[in-house]
Design a protein around this ligand. Structure first.
Ligand SMILES: [Zn+2]
Length: 231
């Protein structure tokens, strides 16, 4: 989804590779940025729906199970799966349980992992959540425990392009229709590149899928009209 319109061949090429060439796969373009994928193999289909996010040219490919009328359901295509990192947590709060609680600010928490990375990376949590793209990206939330309140910051992994003015995914500042709030005070820049997680070394490999999907090939971009892997 987004203001950039993805080409049929681009999308087809992307999903073929990212989804590991599913058997008897078919794709139909139903409209601008609206595609119908036909994946007859049950296992392939389920893992593709479970896995994600699928990010093509910095735009998130939102998948929905086919049902009558789904192509007109604008809301359904605004629910995107994304990995969100949680920073600023005191070390003793880093647990799956806390992750699930914090994740309640999202539409759904599918998974929480505690990355085992030391050093400069610092300790943080990672949540696999369903993000409602009809709202601005969340910058963080306040966590209350034992009388203390702290602000935890969210960083989005492989973050799709979003507007640094209003925080919505799908357009940039130049085409933003939301008026910058003008007040006597300086306007805080609420949204910016800090909502993106840094280069991720090693993708979150939580479980091995049965199919031959290549998780490392799920992020692509266009370069001079060619589809190339995004490292
Ligand atoms: Zn905007």
């Amino acid at each position: 989804m987004g203001e950039k319109v993805a080409s049929f061949t681009g999308v087809k090429g992307f999903v073929m590779v990212a989804w590991g060439y599913p058997k008897n796969f078919g794709v139909v373009e139903l409209g601008p940025n609206l595609f119908q994928f036909n994946i007859p193999n049950h296992e392939d289909r389920e893992s593709i729906l479970e896995e994600g996010p699928w990010v093509i040219d910095n735009q998130v490919l939102v998948l929905n199970r086919w049902k009558e009328g789904i192509e007109g359901d604008v809301e359904a295509f605004k629910m995107a799966p994304l990995w969100v990192q949680v920073w600023n947590l005191p070390v003793h709060w880093i647990s799956k349980e806390v992750g699930r609680k914090i994740g309640a600010v999202f539409k759904e928490v599918k998974d929480v992992i505690i990355p085992q990375m030391g050093g400069k990376e610092g300790r943080h949590l990672k949540m696999f959540v369903t993000v409602d793209l009809s709202k601005p990206l969340l910058r963080g939330t306040i966590v209350k425990t034992e009388g203390t309140m702290i602000w935890v910051a969210f960083k989005h992994e492989r973050c799709p392009d979003f507007c640094y003015n209003c925080g919505f995914v799908g357009h940039g500042e130049r085409t933003c229709t939301k008026q910058q709030e003008i007040s006597g005070r300086n306007v805080d820049n609420q949204f910016g590149p800090w909502l993106r997680a840094g280069t991720v070394k090693g993708t979150p490999q939580t479980k091995q899928t049965k199919t031959n999907m290549d998780k490392n090939k799920r992020y692509w971009k266009f370069l001079n009209g060619e589809l190339v892997e995004r490292v």
